[in-house]
Design a protein around this ligand. Structure first.
Ligand code: MG
Length: 296
């Protein structure tokens, strides 16, 4: 099967030999934050250095929001509202159904967040996000600014913001298991370090907090940035050579090869079986024979 690496025979049933990787659009700078709107059959995604959120549909590509304040990770809440991480404004916002934008979080204990990177919403409405320093380390991804807080993972609900993990050097992508009993978080380490700490960790969700994290899987080549779970609990991770599929027990099942470094991905399409892939300056998609989690 051209374009795939089958590490475990089960992976051959999860992809389709007659559905190769398809380039949807290119000419961007660095893409992340794909989020699918099934109700409109539209994908929104962040073109971070160009300071804009783009909109893709079968009809073409257009600008959804500019400036986006260097938006990065995005998702939708249970009411379908867009939730967005902003590097430049160092916050989490919600786009209301009337189009207005509400800031949900920008400070913790009086200090500014760093540069929220990726975000997921649990079915109880709580918002979980990573807050590494990447977006304030460079002008390219948001603008150099002084950090005021360590890199952490936060949970936001009606009671406010709470730290759920603080032993990361650079927390990045995150996703819940289908039953939400587990939260996977990627560690992409200290930017510009000679040997950054990079692997996927898994945490038991204990009510509003997390149990101790354990090392789940190390993605190579490259590293894990954005991740998504399918409905069977497999983890689909960004990697240097494409998208890697990892079983719930941490075993690499196979790869979808992509000619550029993959940053983020998400399931979409009419059956949540189409995988949308942000890879550098390019937006790709591929139909799979699995389906993404219904809510995440
Ligand atoms: Mg990320």
């Amino acid at each position: 099967m051209d374009g795939f690496v089958i590490e475990d025979p089960v992976f051959a049933s999860m992809v389709l030999p007659n559905a190769p990787l398809q380039l949807l659009a290119d000419g961007f700078r660095w893409l992340e934050g794909p989020v699918w709107f099934a109700d409109h059959e539209v994908l929104l995604f962040s073109d971070i250095p160009n300071d804009r959120i783009m909109r893709w549909s079968e009809a073409g590509v257009s600008v959804f929001r500019s400036p986006s304040h260097f938006s990065n990770g995005q998702t939708r809440d249970g009411q379908g509202r867009l939730i967005t991480c902003s590097h430049r404004h160092r916050n989490i916002t919600r786009t209301e159904l009337d189009g207005s934008v509400t800031v949900l979080a920008e400070r913790f204990e009086g200090k500014r967040l760093n540069s929220p990177n990726d975000v997921v919403v649990k079915s109880d409405g709580s918002i979980w996000f990573s807050d590494p320093h990447y977006g304030i380390n460079t002008d390219y991804e948001g603008g150099k600014q002084q950090a005021e807080l360590p890199a952490r993972v936060y949970r936001l609900d009606a009671d406010g913001l709470a730290v759920v993990a603080d032993d990361f050097e650079g927390p990045n992508g995150l996703c819940f298991s289908p039953d939400e009993s587990l939260l996977y978080i990627t560690e992409s380490g200290v930017q510009f370090a000679a040997e950054p700490r990079r692997f996927i960790r898994v945490f038991e969700v204990q009510g509003k907090s997390l149990g101790p994290g354990t090392k789940f899987h190390k993605v190579e080549p490259g590293f894990a940035d954005g991740i998504r779970c399918d409905e069977n609990g497999n983890i689909w991770s960004s990697a240097g050579d494409g998208v890697h599929c990892i079983s719930p027990d941490g075993k690499l099942l196979g790869k979808i090869l992509v000619p550029h470094t993959v940053s983020n991905l998400t399931f979409g399409g009419r059956n949540r079986s189409r995988l949308f892939i942000c890879a550098g300056q390019h937006l790709y998609a591929i139909y799979t024979n699995t389906r993404g989690c219904a809510f995440k």
